[in-house]
Design a binder for this molecule. Sequence first.
Ligand code: AMP
Length: 278
Amino acid sequence: MEILKTIKELKSKLILIDGSLGFVPTMGALHKGHLSLLKSARKENEILVASLFLNPKQFSPDEDFHNYPRNIEKDISIFSDSGVDFVFMPDEDQVYPKGFSTFINNLEGGVFEGEFRDRHFEGVLTVVAKLINIVNPKRIYLGEKDAQQLFLIKKMLEDLNFDVIVRPVETIRESNGLACSSRNSYFSRKEFVDAGNIYQSLLKVCTLWKEGENDSSRLKQEFQKNLEKLDDMEIQYVEIVDPDTFKIINSLKNIKKSILIVAVIFKGIRLIDNIILD
Ligand code: AMP
């Protein structure tokens, strides 16, 4: 495995490669979710490139960019054990040189995550577009855990005619159901256990829907009711949306597939999750 820090170095390696290239972008602090992306990419491609770049542009000023977990040595050994061929680990000025001023925005990105995280998707779309242009992969691997991000990246690739295949990878969870996330390391043991209620509540909504409840508000109330018992739990949004358009669905009558998306702040830590109602 080789670690490259500049675009020039990475390109000089990749130009010699003849074979399908799979790409897994990450911000580091790797966990089982990232491992699953790496595993799928390793299986399907001849060459595997991963990036580790903590993208400052996707954090708003009040967020945890400076405290975000960093564990570069461990991440490198995980990449190596996962069969990564090249790790792209640029410094900030490689990605955003002085004078950088072009950003990608999606007109539909101002809702849900976009409402609560100022300029978040602008940062995400811009860095993903740049990384794809730098790496030029055949396939890119993205987690379903970040459902709106996945939707907006797919939309960008389609709208801007990028020639890359998106492989969505299903959400990997801890044994209590909590979706794996780099931010889970902020929790104490007890908080971690309690945070498992988020997924249990998503499952309860799913059960209610399977029993025939089609009214979106009642399904959303079920989620809220289940989490109310937890101290220090604030629900930022809970919505049911169409997976292909991310538009809100009010009645699930005759709807075959939808996603329940949620964002909560538990013990000061912001978490997102979702479940597919299919
Ligand atoms: P991040 O390092 O948080 O930017 O995430 C890098 C990639 O890993 C993104 O495509 C995420 O959607 C994906 N990812 C994060 N958590 C999970 C998870 N629990 N299961 C599957 N994929 C995940």
